[in-house]
Write a protein that binds this ligand. Structure first.
Ligand SMILES: Cc1cn([C@H]2C[C@H](O)[C@@H](COP(=O)(O)OP(=O)(O)O[C@H]3O[C@@H](C)C(=O)[C@@H](O)[C@H]3O)O2)c(=O)[nH]c1=O
Length: 183
């Protein structure tokens, strides 16, 4: 397992060891023990799987507030996405900053996003299958979002007119959100 830190403390790129042979490949896509050997302690309780039909589909930026906050270990098992984490910890030196990384079926990279961050991705291909683990259960009442094209955060998605859910079209900008709703 290769680990690469990002400029957002706690957000880490993981690359599992891939064993290729004449049949295809094998990898341990998640091992609690391997993460703990790297000093990463997470108790994941829910696995999620989303499918996006069209290239240019954007889901985000999402988080769950308060005690329902979720750490996520995310990966793309079919196609490719540009995956983004945004620091929502108001006292953090990188508050409001973002990082982005391409996650794909080919590169098999994963992004580990601790609690206190927003998360989103845009699909770079058609027929994307995206899977992730979360360390806290879904809670609809705590579900929150930030506008994907927030002029303060300035995420470089590489796309001007993404396909969005009705919910994701209506999120507030970060500056409109009360700090008590953040981390
Ligand atoms: C996220 C989630 C949604 N749902 C339901 C609610 C809704 O009816 C339907 C679709 O939900 P959404 O539109 O929120 O799905 P989606 O836009 O894919 O939401 C996801 O986006 C990515 C970026 C994340 O980081 C995730 O945590 C999650 O917020 O699925 C659950 O039952 N459990 C869950 O954990």
């Amino acid at each position: 397992m290769k680990l690469t830190k990002t400029k957002l403390e706690g957000v880490i790129i993981l690359e599992p060891k891939v064993f290729g042979d004449n049949r295809g490949f094998f990898m341990e896509s998640w091992s609690k023990r391997q993460l703990e050997e790297l000093g990463l302690y997470y108790d994941f309780v829910q696995d999620n799987h989303s499918s996006s039909t069209r290239r240019g589909t954007l889901r985000g930026i999402h988080y769950q507030k308060g005690e329902h906050s979720q750490a996520k270990l995310v990966r793309c098992v079919r196609g490719a996405v540009f995956d983004v984490a945004v620091d929502l910890r108001v006292k953090s030196p990188t508050y409001g900053q973002w990082i982005g990384v391409e996650l794909s079926e080919k590169n098999k990279k994963q992004l580990l996003i601790p609690r206190g961050f927003g998360h989103g991705f845009v699909t770079l291909t058609d027929d994307v299958e995206f899977m992730y683990k979360a360390d806290n259960y879904y809670c609809q009442e705590s579900d929150r979002g930030i506008l994907w094209n927030d002029p303060q955060i300035k995420i470089e998605w590489g796309i001007d007119e993404p396909i969005l859910s009705e919910k994701d079209k209506r999120h507030p900008a970060l500056s409109e959100i009360n700090e008590s709703e953040l981390f």
